[in-house]
Design a protein around this ligand. Structure first.
Ligand code: UDP
Ligand code: MG
Length: 338
């Protein structure tokens, strides 16, 4: 008689793994097999129970096929699939929310973050009872000049907004303890930007330095437009400073207006008002542009309030292989809240 397929509840007794490794994956058909080939020996050698949560962010290439195969060949591999592409941070959210482990490490699928460092991260967290271990990029030599420049500007600005808690050059390669994961899950963030939210938690943290390697295959999914989006999300997520800036700009333009008004009156009294065209025109342009900037800033925040009020989920999970052996989790309502 053949063995029946897994029945509901049959395999629910799987032990809670010590470590979950979350990998957001979008169109990585070339990189994923290489990543797995390097990651698996590292995890097997750890000597602890683990699971790998691959989150397929609506890939349109052969990624889904590769993941289905992996699921068969690698018992610790779980695949979660989005119904459509929802973005890197959304994929991270799904992975972190669904991970079972006592520690959760997030890592990219393109081998830019060396899997070997996971061993160090876990050891550091366990030895020093840390809740967060950041992977800090010691050398960005492999990144393009442009990427280094924009990243440098981004971290500079973020450190000013979030404060010194935020480690410089720490991306999304990091370890979180169960306590940190639970704290993150409890946040009502609509568009979480983890590289800011995690330092904001302020939990006990450590760092391991690593060399950011070159993408092993394929090309980046972060064009300038997405980087700008991340920067705007990061700023508006964390700070009302731009709004205050609008107030200061408004005040400044008011002062300039007063000066110009005095000047205009004097010119009028003296009787030489006609040549005032240039100053009038410049003043008009200045005030117009300041007003537009302020309206734009307001718009950014109103937009965020609008989408927060709508409270639409930022992703839809179409499939999670763990649902086959952990039925209690299937359709957990918390998953769909945001
Ligand atoms: N990614 C994702 N959804 C997206 C874009 C990217 O899940 O819409 C994944 C991608 O597969 C990779 C990680 O996020 O594992 C980082 O993306 P990428 O390497 O393209 O960004 P970069 O390292 O160039 O900033
Ligand atoms: Mg990358």
């Amino acid at each position: 008689m053949s063995t029946p397929a897994l029945r509901t509840g049959e395999a629910a007794a799987r032990p809670v793994p010590l470590l979950s490794v979350v990998i957001p994956i979008y169109n990585e058909q070339e990189a994923l097999p290489l990543t797995v080939a390097r990651l698996r020996p590292v995890l097997d050698a750890l000597g602890v129970t683990y699971e790998v949560v691959g989150v397929d962010d609506g890939s349109t290439d052969a990624t889904a096929v590769i993941m289905a195969k992996l699921q068969q060949d690698w018992p610790e591999f779980r695949s979660v699939r989005f119904a459509r592409n929802s973005g890197h941070q959304a994929a991270l959210t799904a992975g972190i929310h669904r991970a079972f482990g006592a520690y959760v490490v997030s890592i990219d699928a393109d081998l830019q973050d060396p899997p070997e460092k996971i061993t160090e991260m876990l050891a550091l967290a366990r030895e020093q009872s840390l809740d967060i271990v950041y992977g800090v990029r010691g050398d960005r030599g492999s990144d393009t000049f442009f990427k280094r420049g924009t990243a440098g500007a981004y971290y500079w600005l973020m450190r000013r907004l979030v404060g010194k808690n935020m480690p410089n050059q720490a991306g999304d390669f990091r370890l979180l303890s169960r306590a940190a994961v639970d704290a993150l899950k409890a946040l009502p963030e609509h568009q979480p930007v983890y590289r800011l939210l995690v330092p904001w938690l302020g939990f006990a943290s450590g760092e391991i330095v690593y060399v950011r390697e070159e993408r092993v295959a394929g090309s980046t999914h972060y064009p300038l437009s997405k980087m700008l989006r991340l920067a705007i999300d990061s700023i508006t997520n964390f700070s009302a400073t731009p709004l205050r800036l609008a107030t200061w700009l408004g005040l400044l333009s008011f002062v300039v207006c007063v000066v110009l008004a005095v000047y205009t009156t004097v010119e009028f009294v003296v009787g030489s008002t006609v040549p005032g065209w240039s100053s009038l025109f410049i003043g008009m342009l200045f005030i117009g542009s300041v007003q537009l900037i302020c309206v734009g800033l307001l718009g950014e925040y109103v937009g965020r309030i609008y989408s927060a009020v709508q409270a639409r989920p930022s992703y839809f999970v179409g499939y999670d292989s763990a649902d086959e052996w952990a039925p209690a989790r299937a359709g957990a309502p918390s998953e769909y809240v945001r």
